[in-house]
Design a protein around this ligand. Structure first.
Ligand SMILES: [Zn+2]
Length: 92
């Protein structure tokens, strides 16, 4: 479980308060398990750092199809679509 201070959740990677950091993208379990324990919560920076350290390539197919990945402009979906082959992007 992520470390919490009252109701304020912290990143399990860098211990920064998640109120001040963007959450990492929601990833498919098969990808997430390469980066963190199931119960961990990571900020975007820690997701990217762990992927780089562990040689995990994050692609559009790594994203869990959920509302969080569609929030904001650009959303995680938008960012990953830029680099995805058209056939994969059309699945979302
Ligand atoms: Zn972090």
């Amino acid at each position: 479980m992520s470390e919490t201070d009252g109701l304020i959740e912290k990143c399990d990677g860098c211990s920064q308060l998640l109120d001040w950091l963007p959450l990492g993208t929601m990833l498919e379990d098969r990808v997430w398990h390469k980066l963190a324990d199931e119960s961990e919560t990571l900020c975007l920076s820690c997701v990217i750092d762990r992927a780089e350290q562990r040689g995990v390539r994050l692609t559009l197919a790594s994203l869990l199809p959920c509302a969080l990945n569609l929030l904001g402009k650009p959303s995680f979906f938008d960012l990953f679509t830029i680099f995805a082959p058209r056939a994969i992007a059309d699945q979302f």
